[in-house]
Design a protein. Structure first.
Length: 88
């Protein structure tokens, strides 16, 4: 029994869709153990409450040597702005 071109395309598309779903789940952290997710959410929440920045914002700020906050996008402001020199 030979497969038609349509059957082969459906099979390839199904594999690609499955791969995409798996990659998205891994990238978003949904496959992490519940303990790690809980710790991450708690750390991000604590960081946001105390500094108005998430852990990712702090990492981005450190790397770019700027004051960065992803939530500024919601108010149509630039994500990063120059840090004010606190030593003066």
């Amino acid at each position: 029994m030979t497969k038609s071109v349509w059957d082969i395309r459906k099979h390839a598309a199904g594999k690609a869709l499955l791969l995409m779903v798996v990659l998205l789940l891994v990238m978003c952290g949904c496959t992490l153990p519940i303990a790690i997710r809980t710790i991450t959410i708690t750390a991000n929440g604590t960081s946001y409450i105390t500094t108005n920045k998430t852990l990712s914002d702090h990492g981005l700020s450190y790397i770019l040597d700027s004051d960065c906050s992803m939530l500024r996008v919601m108010s149509e402001k630039p994500i990063c702005k120059e840090q004010k020199d606190l030593t003066n």
